[in-house]
Design a protein around this ligand. Structure first.
Ligand code: QUE
Length: 332
């Protein structure tokens, strides 16, 4: 029992526990392979009544192992990249297809691939220590793991807002937005876990706490107006015209992140509104093949996760300089 993912049967549950705490449980090829296999095995095992995914130490899951992906991209190792993403996305689909309840206990950082690991399951339990974000535009990537399907289905234009800005949501806000389904205080997680093993998902409501108000409620009108626009320049213009602090900080996040990435993320999320999950994952796989070879992604991962100087040199450096034809070409 000392692998980067441990799986076992306990009580009514098939258990999947992330165990790569030094990397905040960032998912590598071995992990997505094992999780996908476990989801399929537990799904077919008549003794398993629910799947329970958790991470006992720091955080839930920081995302994908993008350092490893960058190294493969720089080495021209197309096969490693293809195997990782096709297996990760197949794992996302397997979670969505599982006919048993899939419960994730999220008591810390849950970003990118961590959202993909939880959101396609039926029950996502968030505590007051949970933090949710889709931060891919900060590293020159885009919201993948089925999020081009999920984000356009969030209330109003909230999905575009979180997907383009990388804004962080608390556990309570994640329930309001739909990333999570239940709000349970950390102090009750141990008792919830024991009750789930004994009795299954019917116990969950007994452990929830009153949901704090949605901290973005007051900002929904400007979020929906700006991020509901039909182009990136329109989003920028609507935010710029709004003098309030919230619109200005959203604009600042967009200006800080990769301009190219904002454009290709906008496009794939827009397209995802008209796709089912399988179609969205297939489109993401086609795009991620190109992006993982793109200098913008290599620079973003360098600045945020390798050198950690947080001073990426984006090319082009501003949203105004992005050539729409270059974006269209990526989707051709
Ligand atoms: C965007 C991302 C990721 C990110 C930061 C971003 C991501 C990811 C990690 C991460 C964080 C801490 C770790 C680690 C990875 O950060 O996908 O191994 O220890 O995995 O802005 O997409």
């Amino acid at each position: 029992m000392d692998s980067t993912v441990n799986t076992w049967r306990e009580g009514r549950a098939g258990r999947i526990r992330l165990n790569r705490p030094k990397a905040l449980n960032a998912l590598d090829f071995e992990m997505v392979t094992r999780i996908k296999a476990a989801v399929e095995e537990f799904g077919a095992d008549p003794q398993v009544h629910l799947l329970l995914i958790d991470a006992p130490e720091r955080g839930f899951c920081a995302g994908g192992d993008v350092r490893g992906i960058r190294a493969a991209g720089l080495a021209g190792d197309v096969k490693t990249i293809e195997e990782f993403f096709s297996t990760e996305y197949a794992m996302n689909q397997a979670l969505a297809d599982c006919r048993k309840p899939v419960v994730s206990l999220i008591n810390g950082v849950c970003m990118g691939g961590g959202i993909g690991l939880s959101v396609h399951g039926s029950h996502r339990i968030a505590t007051e220590k949970a933090m949710f974000a889709m931060p891919e535009t900060a590293i020159g990537l885009f919201p993948d793991v089925g999020m081009s399907f999920f984000l356009p289905r969030m209330p109003g234009a909230l999905g575009l807002y979180v997907g383009l800005t990388g804004a962080r949501l608390t556990g309570a806000d994640a329930v309001h937005g739909g990333f999570a389904t239940h709000f349970v205080p950390e102090e009750k997680l141990g008792a919830l876990e024991a009750a789930l093993l004994a009795d299954g998902v019917a116990v969950i409501p007994a452990f929830t706490a009153p949901l704090p108000a949605f901290s973005l409620a007051a900002h929904r009108p400007v979020i929906d107006k700006a991020f509901g626009a039909t182009s990136v320049p329109e989003i920028l213009a609507i935010l710029a015209a709004d003098g309030a602090g919230f619109a200005q900080s959203a604009l600042a996040l967009l200006r800080e992140h990769s301009p190219l990435s904002i454009y290709w993320s906008f496009e794939i999320i827009r397209q995802g509104a008209n796709r089912d999950l399988a179609q969205a994952l297939a489109a993401e796989l086609a795009l991620v093949r190109q992006i993982t070879r793109h200098p913008e992604f290599h620079e973003g991962v360098r600045a945020v996760l390798i050198d950690k100087d947080r001073a990426p040199k984006w090319s082009p450096p501003s949203l105004e300089q992005v050539d729409p034809a270059a974006i269209a070409q990526l989707f051709a």
